[in-house]
Design a binder for this molecule. Structure first.
Ligand SMILES: [Zn+2]
Length: 65
């Protein structure tokens, strides 16, 4: 029985530039976690989450005044 050797190894992570982040305006690479908005506008996941939290804070009514 012959054992096949894997002579070629695929690169699992091919890093590519995705585009500029909608929020921080820095280049996103496909290695990072990011989201894609409508119209093909990319953003860092962290930036989106941060923005989302800030908006929620704005919307959230003050409970105690
Ligand atoms: Zn960003």
């Amino acid at each position: 029985m012959l054992r096949r050797k894997k002579t070629w190894n695929r690169k699992k992570n091919i890093i590519r530039n995705v585009g500029l982040c909608k929020y921080c305006n820095q280049m996103i690479v496909s290695d990072e976690s990011f989201v894609m908005f409508m119209g093909g506008i990319p953003a860092h996941y962290a930036c989106m989450k941060k923005d989302d939290e800030e908006r929620q804070l704005e919307i959230e009514p003050k409970k105690e005044t």
